[in-house]
Design a protein around this ligand. Structure first.
Ligand SMILES: Cc1cc2nc3c(=O)[nH]c(=O)nc-3n(C[C@H](O)[C@H](O)[C@H](O)COP(=O)(O)OP(=O)(O)OC[C@H]3O[C@@H](n4cnc5c(N)ncnc54)[C@H](O)[C@@H]3O)c2cc1C
Length: 401
């Protein structure tokens, strides 16, 4: 075989896996269809402290963020977070992705840019022949294990018949000048006319710019497009006055796959990151869960690669820790549906008003963790009297999750 592992897609998750495997003596080649890393940019760029610790790319941070102001659909709002306690960081995604890929190269992995994987052919229980195209030149390269880290619309996932992510949301975002938020604070806007079932955001990115965007699910949009909703937030919503004088300097949009696919592991093949459907159902963030997914298996995976123990049952066994990720994702989705997605505007307004009660805000500040929203959600259902009516529904949702 030409390589132990071919990773299709040099996004942050594929590159993180390549780094960890190369550091363990595995011969890894990354194939990336674009001519440069980190493009197109499709992200709000929030990276949580654990993920940042993994890669140490603090030089890519544009703005550290301590908290969020959440706006209800009508009048209520609540500010959560503690000044000076960093909850997340807004990074320059291009530089962040380049940094992760650079670490992979430093660890000994190889990278082929402008190379699109076009097909897979199994080689009799020994590995794969990957077909690829670079400009007008087609070629093949062989490997013992193929990894699909090729994003939300993963072709590797399709070739392996691994199933689909449970949900596919759409994100749409602009970068603006002229918006103001409290220092080190982001804002979230809710309401069916703003982001049906989900929320919009304004994230400070230093240098006087903000990323303003929203995400929602296609089946909740009716006739509206995400672009039209974002335009409405900035021009006709109750928040419109705050966007007066803003200049749009960039636009982005992209898919957000949430809900781990049925078969992330096949014979001599694995899916990671967005390809596996790993974005968080509560925020849409995919870097943290992708890095977690990598960290959970790399030691065992490197050993299995060295021993050439890469059958589907062997890979399933070593990826058993992913069951926790799947379970957590399902529970987080159930809680999101309960508190946000399945609430009409009046109910949502009441929820934000309850969040603003001092004892509830204190609970959020104590337990709120972007990576682990489930403990906070459960504690609120248990301890906050206004949420008791939801508790029974939640119990059922969690039991069936
Ligand atoms: C509007 C929006 C806002 C978001 N905000 C955040 C946020 O704040 N924080 C966060 O953590 N996440 C956020 N996300 C999600 C985040 O962008 C993804 O979860 C993350 O990029 C996933 O990383 P990945 O490496 O799995 O896939 P990707 O970053 O998608 O990388 C996949 C790579 O594979 C390459 N590729 C695809 N097909 C092939 C092929 N056939 N051959 C070769 N190469 C191929 C692509 O070019 C790409 O470089 C957001 C997403 C959107 C749309």
């Amino acid at each position: 075989m030409d390589h132990d592992v071919i990773v299709v897609g040099a996004g942050p998750v594929g590159a993180r896996l390549a780094t960890m495997l190369a550091e363990r003596g595995v011969d890894v080649l990354m194939l990336e269809e674009h001519a440069s890393i980190g493009r197109p940019f499709q992200c709000a760029g929030l990276v949580n402290p654990w993920s940042m610790d993994q890669v140490g790319l603090t030089n890519t941070v544009l703005q550290e963020i301590d908290g969020a102001t959440i706006h209800g659909p009508h009048h209520a709002s609540v500010s959560v977070g503690v000044p000076g306690e960093t909850r997340t960081s807004a990074v320059c995604r291009n530089r962040f992705d380049e940094g992760v890929v650079h670490q992979a190269l430093k660890a000994g992995a190889q990278l082929q840019l402008s190379t699109v994987a076009t097909g897979l052919l199994a080689i009799d229980g020994e590995g794969w022949r990957i077909h690829h195209r670079q400009g007008s030149t087609s070629g093949t390269t062989t490997c013992r294990l193929v990894v699909g880290a090729d994003g939300a619309h993963s072709r590797v996932r399709h070739w392996l018949r691994s199933g689909r992510p449970k949900e596919m949301m759409i994100g749409n975002q602009v970068e603006v000048t002229g918006f103001e938020t409290e220092h080190r604070w982001l804002e979230m806007f809710t309401g069916s006319a703003i982001a049906p079932g989900f929320f919009a955001w304004a994230i400070p990115t230093g240098f006087g710019t903000h990323r303003v965007g929203l995400w929602s699910a296609p089946d909740r949009l009716d006739e509206a497009s995400p672009e039209a909703l974002l335009h409405a937030l900035m021009h006709t919503s109750r928040h419109a006055h705050r966007f007066e004088g803003c200049q749009i300097v960039a636009r982005y949009c992209g898919p957000i796959p949430g809900g781990m696919v049925r078969r992330p592991v096949r014979e001599r093949a694995m899916l990671f990151g967005d390809a596996a459907g790993l974005a968080k159902p509560t925020t849409g963030g995919g870097i943290g869960p992708g890095f977690k997914q990598v960290a959970m298996v790399t030691d065992a995976l490197a050993e299995a690669i060295h021993a050439d123990r890469l059958s589907e049952p062997a890979l399933k066994k070593l990826s058993r820790p992913w069951d926790d990720l799947r379970r957590h994702q399902t529970r987080a989705r159930a809680l999101r549906n309960l508190f946000l997605t399945e609430s009409d505007d009046d109910t949502l307004e009441r929820h934000v008003a309850v969040f603003a009660q001092p004892e509830v805000t204190a609970m959020i500040n104590r337990l709120g963790d972007i990576e682990h929203p489930v403990p906070l959600g459960i504690e609120m259902l248990r301890k906050v009297p206004s949420f008791r009516p939801l508790a029974l529904k939640a119990g059922w949702a969690m039991l069936t999750a």
